[in-house]
Design a protein around this ligand. Structure first.
Ligand code: PLP
Length: 186
């Protein structure tokens, strides 16, 4: 499809210095009623209303170029009409099917198989997050090699689930969540 006209053509446009009053109100509500585990709004205090293509609009009407793209998973952009049409077609038919085969599932596998790298001839449907992917990679490596130790780069971040966190580097991330015999003393 032609992506050129998908984004807001006013981006970037700041009409109210962010975070504007509506953003501040939603941020305050979130801080009061959600767990403190949220991370992105702490570094980038914005509340978002809608997105088109590679642009997003906050609740105060400021429009931004979205260089983040949902941490890289939104390559087709916000409100992509082809994605919306596919979702609208599928949801009324069957909304959740665990891992039972379905025609839609087969269609996705058939689209992925030709682009898989060389030796990979199968598709694994993991969870929706990066941490899930790391957990799967750790289990696959251990299952196939029979070896338990893992090596990670210093400074690496692999996610917030327990296994991915253990593989991440640095006390700020994981210091309080290590196995008891590895927790540093006071
Ligand atoms: C390299 C890397 N691995 C794993 C993750 C964890 O992904 P998620 O937050 O989707 O669980 C991240 C998230 O920032 C990441 O940057």
């Amino acid at each position: 499809m032609d992506f050129r006209h998908l984004s807001f053509d006013t981006a970037p446009s700041i009409t109210t210095p962010p975070p504007g009053p509506r953003s501040r109100e939603l941020l305050a509500f979130q801080a009061a009623h959600e767990a403190s585990a949220v991370s992105y709004p702490k570094g980038l205090p914005l509340a978002l209303r809608r997105g088109r293509g590679a642009t997003v609009e906050d609740v105060d009407g400021n429009v931004y170029i979205d260089f983040f793209g949902g941490a890289g998973v939104m390559a087709v952009g916000h409100a992509n009409p082809e994605v919306i049409a596919a979702v609208q077609q599928q949801l009324p038919e069957l909304t959740h099917a665990l891992d039972f085969p379905t025609p839609a599932r087969r269609g996705l596998v058939e689209a992925l198989l030709p682009v898989l790298p060389g030796a990979l001839g199968r598709v694994l449907f993991g969870g929706p997050t990066g941490s899930d992917a790391v957990e799967s990679a750790v289990k696959l490596a251990r299952f196939n090699t029979g070896r338990m130790p893992l090596v990670a780069f210093e400074g690496s971040y692999h996610g917030m689930t327990s296994g991915a966190l253990a593989l991440s580097s640095g006390q700020p991330y994981k210091g309080r969540f290590l196995p008891l015999d590895l927790v540093p003393g006071p």
